[in-house]
Write a protein that binds this ligand. Structure first.
Ligand SMILES: C[S@@+](CC[C@H](N)C(=O)[O-])C[C@H]1O[C@@H](n2cnc3c(N)ncnc32)[C@H](O)[C@@H]1O
Length: 276
C-alpha cells in the first residue's frame, strides 16, 4: 500500500498553525525537514516582518568607504526563498531591485543537505554574484570545514558576521540526538559574531516523530530518550549563553506558528572548533 501523503504543515507543526495543502508530500520522504515547498507553508515575510528595518546598520555600523564585505551563512537554506528574502531585507532592497547604491557589500553562503533543493535555489537566485548555494551536511566536519574555511579565506576572515539557523534545530536534534544538537550549537557559537536562531517548539517534535513513525520510519526512535526537551527556545538560550558565552541580544517576538526569533552575540569570537 502506498504511504499516506501528508503535508509539510502536518509534518512539522502539530497541524494547528497552518492550513495544510492535501496530497502535498509524504514526510517520510523528508527526514531532514527537506520539504520541497517549505516557504509556501512558512512564508519568509512572516519571519522578516519581525526583524526591524536597519538591523544590519545597527549591528555593523559603517566603517568608512573601504569597509570589507559583511559575511552571512544560512544553515539549512532549503530552496533559498528565505535566504533571498533575508538578503533583500537586510539590504532594504525592494522586490525586483538588484542593487542599491547605499547598500553594504553583503555576501551570503547558504547550505543545505539536499542537493535538489540547492539546485533550485541556485537556479532561482537573483543575486548570483553575492549569494552562493552549496550542498553540505552541516553535521559532517570533514566536508563542512574546508568549505567554510575556503569561503571565509576569500575575505581574509575567520568567522561569519552573522549566521542564520532558521527552523533547523529540531531536524538536527531528531536526527543526531542531544549530543548532535549540542555539537551543532557549539559549532555555530564558534563560527560567528551574531547568530539568529528560530527554534522549533517541542510540540513540533512530537508531531514530526509521531507522523514519521506512522509512515514506518524508525530513525527517530531515540526521540523518546532526548534529555533536552520541553521549552526548546529556553534550552537553546541556556546552552548558548551558559556553555558558549553568547549573549542574548533580543527576542524578536514569535511567528503566527509559535516560533521565536532569537538574536545572540558572541562575546569573544573564537576560532571554530573542527571536531564538532
Ligand atoms: C524546515 S527546513 C527550513 C528551511 C529554511 N531555513 C526556512 O526556515 O525557511 C529545514 C532545512 O534544513 C535542512 N537540513 C536538515 N539537516 C541538515 C544538515 N545536517 N545539514 C544541512 N542542512 C540540513 C533541510 O534539508 C531543510 O531544507
Amino acid at each position: 500500500m502506498a504511504a499516506p501523503i501528508l503535508s509539510v504543515a502536518e509534518a512539522e507543526t502539530d497541524g494547528e498553525a497552518v492550513t495544510a495543502e492535501p496530497g502535498f508530500l509524504a514526510p517520510g520522504a523528508a527526514p531532514y525537514g527537506n520539504f520541497p515547498f517549505y516557504s509556501r507553508f512558512h512564508p519568509p515575510e512572516q519571519r522578516l516582518r519581525l526583524l526591524p528595518p536597519g538591523l544590519l546598520q545597527r549591528l555593523f555600523p559603517p566603517e568608512g568607504s573601504d569597509a570589507r564585505p559583511l559575511l552571512g551563512l544560512d544553515v539549512g537554506c532549503n530552496s533559498g526563498e528565505l535566504s533571498i528574502a533575508l538578503y533583500r531585507h537586510l539590504l532594504s532592497l525592494e522586490e525586483g531591485e538588484i542593487c542599491s547604491v547605499s547598500a553594504r557589500d553583503l555576501r551570503f553562503l547558504c547550505c543545505d543537505i539536499d542537493p535538489a533543493l540547492v539546485d533550485r535555489a541556485k537556479k532561482d537566485c537573483p543575486f548570483p554574484a553575492t549569494m552562493s548555494f552549496v550542498t553540505l551536511d552541516f553535521m559532517d566536519p570533514q566536508t563542512r570545514e574546508p568549505l567554510l574555511r575556503s569561503f571565509l579565506n576569500q575575505f581574509g576572515q575567520s568567522v561569519f558576521d552573522i549566521v542564520f539557523c532558521m527552523s533547523i534545530t529540531m531536524w538536527i536534534h531528531l536526527n543526531h540526538g542531544d549530543n548532535g544538537l549540542l555539537a551543532f550549537l557549539a559549532h555555530l557559537a564558534s563560527l560567528c559574531r551574531y547568530l539568529l536562531v528560530e527554534p522549533q517548539p517541542w510540540k513540533c517534535y512530537r508531531a514530526a516523530a509521531r507522523r514519521l513513525r506512522k509512515l514506518g520510519r524508525h530513525n527517530f526512535d531515540h526521540f523518546r530518550s532526548l534529555a533536552l526537551h520541553g521549552d526548546m527556545a529556553d534550552r537553546i538560550i541556556q546552552i548558548l549563553t551558559k556553555d558558549h558565552g553568547m549573549e542574548l541580544v533580543c527576542c524578536f517576538g514569535s511567528t503566527s506558528w509559535d516560533r521565536s526569533l532569537l538574536l545572540f552575540r558572541a562575546n569573544q569570537p573564537s576560532e571554530p572548533t573542527s571536531s564538532q
